[in-house]
Design a protein around this ligand. Sequence first.
Ligand SMILES: [Zn+2]
Ligand SMILES: [Zn+2]
Length: 305
Amino acid sequence: MTADHILGQLPFAAPGRFWRGNMHMHSTRSDGAHGVAEACAAYAREGYDFVAMTDHFLPQYDYPITDTRACRTDRFVTLAGAELHQGRLSNGELWHITAVGLPWNFAAPTEDETAAEICTRATEAGAFLAFAHPGWFALTPEDTRTLPMVHAVEVYNHGTETGQMRGDGWYLTDMVLNEGRRLTAVANDDMHRLGLGFGGGWTMVKADVLTPEAVLAALHAGQFYASQGPVIHDIRIEDDMMVVDCSPVVTAALVGSRARRIAGQITEIATRVRLPLAQATEGYMRLILRDRHGRHAWTNPVWLD
Ligand SMILES: [Zn+2]
Ligand SMILES: [Zn+2]
């Protein structure tokens, strides 16, 4: 396992800088409480660099691809998006899949378009797809196998966490990763109202420039990590150790496939953590940080083959 093989799968050694984004939110075009301008302005004020409005792509809302282009500034960009709902899970629930980077004229589905068909149509149009809030509607590995074109899992959904305490998506992600599927991990707000469910989960995307095209390319390239608070400044490899520079954290764990913990340690409040890589030999590993408020940051899985 070479350092280049590990670092090449993480964004930290890549050129550019990190841009903070929320890729799951709703406006008055579907069931959100706020208009487009008000919602985007709130994220810009909160220090976000980009958002994707993902209104529910349903007939009762006339299949919106909500136009956010008027909210763009020199320092804030928007991507076209939607939350797709064609077809149902094995438990009977409607699918919820966020699609970011859709064309603004993405066509409404025909009545009988399946989940696989609309997801294929979205990916062929260039969009980045994520299984939304798996914990909220009990998504299973079997369900995920029916949509092999989806790129990522929403490993943290702040809206379903603050509302129903079911915001976690890692339970599902680890099971699917253990099947060998190379999914990445995003965190989002699923904002419907600028209250408790706002500004609690985001994705840090690394790109040279802040444009919708650069952000979308970085998403497809896996150049990002997910966070509820902690900032990861850098990850590098020194003498068979992973060295992490970060905002103050109290716990760091490098977890592996199945139940195997590659390395973990409880630290005093630390801004540099060293984790041994000696057991990183097969499957995947991923880094989790936690700060003293219980907020996490998560890297994407790093594959060890
Ligand atoms: Zn949803
Ligand atoms: Zn939603």
